[in-house]
Write a protein that binds this ligand. Sequence first.
Ligand code: ADP
Ligand code: MG
Length: 729
Amino acid sequence: MSKLRFQALKETLSRQPIEVKDPARRSEIFGKNVFNEPVMRQFLTKDSYKSVMDAIENGSKIERNLADHISTGMKEWAISKGATHYTHWFQPLTGSSAEKHDAFFETVEDGSAIEKFGGTALVQQEPDASSFPNGGIRNTFEARGYTAWDPTSPAFILGSTLCIPTVFVSYTGEALDYKAPLLRSLQSLDQAATDVVKYFNKKVTKVNATLGWEQEYFLIDSALAASRPDITLSGRTLLGHSPAKGQQLDDHYFGAIPSRVLNFMRDMENECMLLGIPVKTRHNEVAPNQFELAPIFEEVNLAVDHNLLLMDVMEKVADRHHFKVLFHEKPFAGVNGSGKHNNWSLATSEGVNLLSPGSTPMKNLQFLTFFINTIKAVYENEELLRATIASASNDHRLGANEAPPAIISVFIGSQLTEVLDELEKVTDGKLSPQEKTELKLNVVGKIPEILLDNTDRNRTSPFAFTGNKFEFRAVGSTANCANPMTVLNSIVAKQLKEFKVEVDQLIKEKKMKKDDAIFNVLRDYIKKSKKIRFEGDGYGEAWEKEAEKRGLSNNKKTPEALKVKLSDKTIELYESLGVMNRVEVEARHEIEVEEYAMHIQIEGRVLGDIARNHVIPTAIRYQNILIENVKGLKEIYGEANFKKHASEQLTLIEEVSTHIEKINKGITEMINERKKANKLENQEDKAFAYCNEVRPYFDVIRYHCDKLELLIDDELWPLTKYRELLFTR
Ligand code: ADP
Ligand code: MG
């Protein structure tokens, strides 16, 4: 085994950067592999083109006979680009994307063959989906699942396959994927926000939610990754002592990107360009070998698809460059973890960002309306928001090393805090003309168009306002953004609907003017949602205590965090908006707790194996060397004098024995707890058992293994060390 470690190091040190050819201009290749508007105009009949555009813009249905034209156009384009296969690309509840490839090729009766892709094949497919998680939906309803074309996300070519973004639903209509509820939440938010925006601008016909994600990741050499069974099987290191040098010096952040990595990035970005993923920013992150990539923001549905596609592309391109991408939220203990900040905003059909302050008091009142409603929505649903980012892997990140804690709070910066404080003082009821003028001129009118970005100091806020968007920072790097986005869209949609009702009531019943009514409701919301606002440092005991006083939830581990997903309030929220029904909600919860238990189970097995099969045998081998040495000293110096020379060795022999004993005991007890947990029928009980009874042994076992790493001869140690994983380039 230690041979593998040294071979991997040798291989890594001898690597050369892989050459990458860049296009003269990126804009030239942008979207070249996407069935986008210009391509559709070229390959589709006028009617088909119009019907697709209508489906994209207004969600209208595409006529069956037009689907045949569209599929033919799509096929011709795909073949012209070298595609031979097509697939319905979908997002089952496993967290990654799924696809099953079919060839365009078909034989005909006279024995010859043609390339065929009919409307039916485009619109609907029935994947053999029995192996995708469904939380019992399919058993309960004896329904089969099918994938249905989502025209709002354009088809694209990956390798030699035409990929058609689809939703995955059961025949009884239940969503079996992440995308169907996301689309429903977007529709609901569009309706609610458009209704509210009409207070300010009657011409707006649609409101789109926008998302700009920031993907953090670690990159390590593939040979080094392969030398660690824990990285290979669980995506993170389950043991390993911290290196003498970590990220203390902060010398990696924004430093020069190493050339092998840079070539990987260029290659990946070129692939992204072809796929129409508008990546823009790249840089080193805080931890050694940690990096970040961010695109220009897009409409949420497209941005979600693009993030998922990107993760796929990254893995493939990394292979070419002999790297392994670690998306895990905490691949290395003691250094920063990886997140996926979700920057979210709302844009009108006229291109106005509703979360951007404007140049007039009226525009700012519109801004404040959406700003304050979002804060209120987060306050009312903080526990659900926390639940949507819960996963076994994100548990390691939240609350550690500069990451946000498990408590949701909103950071808005000092300028807007002042504005809200002023608004809170507004008179209850109708406003006098003076007060209103004063308010518009000196409070609302004074919001600067460009807000000072004073959020950089505060990297630990899980939900921060950053000038013209909210940034949900608690999302983990492995997450499918569809999950948090569905929740955020839904809670804001519900909030905006309530807001509309309240404002209309004041106008109708209290005969208030529109802006009086809006000021009144906003004032009320500012008061009610004050507890969610927190400008301080987002982690540590002081904040935990304070948050508890404020009544904010602090669910540290996944099984307890997920509980709220089943609450009546949550189900009512989703059902009232038509985002999900009870069956869908319960099925998802079932899948999530089951996945959690499996995750911990796998890690437990891997850790047990490594400790027993690699660490302990190495420790014994080293101990034997020490014993031989002591025996030799005894031979030379004799019974009476040898201890003087062998005292260090004797202590070491004992220490090694103690650690071996502790490791063995830990593994045996952990296995017993696993056996107990496995007997539990209820999936949620099982998740709790894995969380509370099994997982704590990881720390015990790791502690003693890491101690042995420090004691044992480096030449014998079989596992590639942290310093090698993090600093070998
Ligand atoms: P920086 O923080 O580096 O100055 P920005 O604040 O402009 O950069 O953007 C950070 C991220 O926020 C990017 O991924 C970007 O796409 C996204 N973003 C910017 N504006 C919006 C918006 N209106 N809606 C959603 N995401 C946005
Ligand atoms: Mg960010």
